[in-house]
Design a protein around this ligand. Sequence first.
Ligand code: ADP
Ligand code: ZN
Ligand code: ZN
Length: 731
Amino acid sequence: MILRIAVPSRLYRTFDYLPPPDCDPATLQPGMRVQVPFGRQQVVGFLVELGADTALDIASLRPALAVLDTEALLPPDVLALIQWAQRYYHHPPGEVFTTALPVLLRQGEPAIAPASTPLWRITAAGRAALADDSLRRAPVQWRMLDYLAQCPEGAEPETLRPVVSHSAATLRTLRDKGWAEQSAALEGATAFAPHPPPALNVAQAEAVAAMIAALGRFQVFLLEGVTGSGKTEVYLQVIEAALAQGRQALVLTPEIGLTPQLLARFRERLPGPLAVSHSGLSDEERLKAWLMAREGRARVVVGTRSAVFAPLQAPGILIIDEEHDPSFKQQDGFRYHARDLAIVRGQQLGIPVVLGSATPALESCHNAQRGRYQLLSLPERVGGGAEPPIHILDVRRQPMREGLSLPLLERIRAHLDRDEQVLLFLNRRGFSPVLLCHECGWISQCRHCDARMTLHLRRQRLICHHCGDQRAVDTACPQCGSVDLRGLGQGTERLETALCQEFPEVGLTRMDRDSTRRRGSLETLLADIHTGGRRLLIGTQMLAKGHHFPDVTLVGIIDADQGLYGIDFRSSERMAQLILQVAGRAGRAEKPGTVIIQTHHPDHPLLRTLVSRGYPAFAAEALAERQAALLPPFAHQALLRAEAVDPERATAFLNAARALAEPLADGLEVLGPAPAPMERRAGRYRAHLLMQATQRQDLHRFLHRWTALLWADRQDRQVRWSLDVDPLELY
Ligand code: ADP
Ligand code: ZN
Ligand code: ZN
């Protein structure tokens, strides 16, 4: 018997081994982990298949060293999904397994839950303290206690870490006051009193009924509804129905959307422990969640991208919230798309898949139009309330103050004067994207990239956002010695400075990756906003997701132009999604709010359509443009990227790859080699070859034959290359 093993390596194949000498081959099953010698190392591999023969000389095969599991680690459906993904993305099998498993399992740790940590719970005295206002002067303790109050089964210390910045100290204080206690996890018999579900409105009820009717068979639903239209409520009710049938539910959300609020909502409505998986957890916790899902102790699994591979004991439904979000696509290594894989998984399992969004990806809109997905719309916000009107503000020839036109400044002032909140969106952090010498024209070029270093005035650093290189801000021009150095263009830090001067008496919050670097700082900022302590909010796309600011009545999009004329054909789609998402953060039924978009291109046809007729009309027009230009989803693409310190080598590799491609390229175009949009990054030159076909089968038939040749070809070790199937970005 021959074991075909996926070994963590960049090689595009499995490796043949003999069973370990002391092992009864009858106990071996695909999906088990096996310790094997590989080169001069020992590594953990995955048994993919049991074979009867080998293409190699059997005498040359080495025996595996040990079998690490007594049963298959992965259920057959996850194994099938992994194999499907490996073929579809033409990616080395070892790396695919590595992506699909928790770190501890890849390292060969046993598949048993680490000893469970005691859980924190609120006490009766704690509930009384919350109710009687004794924490009015201790907002941090209040926040923690309020959070605990929403975790009836108790919360692990790890999951409490992001709630406030010094969670351990805060918890000790609460315990000393008798308001919180720590005890072992209660097994099973917690009295769970779920919050009663609200009565659904007509559109919600139709959506839930359609999904429930599909339980037990494969069907993709596209649930389209603006923020606040009740999508999450639909998920909750269909999950309840799946649980009632003894099945489990898997919910994927973007990293940024997996908020404590969302988890609290799931916990108070759904019985039993929730398995949560995201990058903020420790390795132990990820393993625990993984095991809870596999053994079926958790009936509901909520996680980010890689949770699409979560093992389930009785899968019933797959839900992808914010399905258009680009973070579902992994952008390095194994470049899979979690939404697309979820659909494949649903099909393999014969269960429904729900894609939810206010602004579905054009691919999904297209699939709904073609009848592949069933479209379900939630046309109204729950509790009524119009969607905020969106206005285009033509800033051509307008006097601008630090990127803000005077009409916008006036509007901001009017709203602030009425004690309302204002949210300004600018998707660029730092003070300004470039430092310029006014004397000689020198600019702060990164030494390693074809990019400018961003000026971060607060930290007094120049930072390259592409390679991370940083240095102190120059006090004099390195070229001519002049001290007249100026920041050119606006980032959030600069906007903050300008607005502080303009509205010195108004509390202001900046929300971006710089201001929320410290654990818990994001939550502190959010709390300040919700209590009305800060009324002017500035942020990057971090503001655009997951949070709701009911008191915001004015949303300003500072710069829409970047997105309208980005280099990527998806730029306008992204911009439209961001605009609507930011708009959706604001207002409540009785105070709907207004959105103002500053632009130099007020007549941009897609922008006009979006503003006057909404996202579905925008999507239809944008799809028509894609169709005319034969771009995805009307064509299917794969991108071969190569990079090297020496640009000639990258190009030579791609030219050779192109030569291999040409005889095979039936029904597809091979474009390039062309330099990447940012040719030099982190000191390496990058170029690519783009393959495009109108028929998906043509592309994949080609890729299958071509990648085999590529892997077999003698490789220039100085060149790093990777294949991206269905690329979302050309970088
Ligand atoms: P979305 O996920 O589309 O943003 P949610 O499901 O979060 O929308 O609903 C928005 C708000 O309305 C939530 O506070 C939710 O609890 C509430 N809600 C949703 N559906 C109903 C309903 N049928 N009746 C009353 N309240 C509802
Ligand atoms: Zn100079
Ligand atoms: Zn750089």
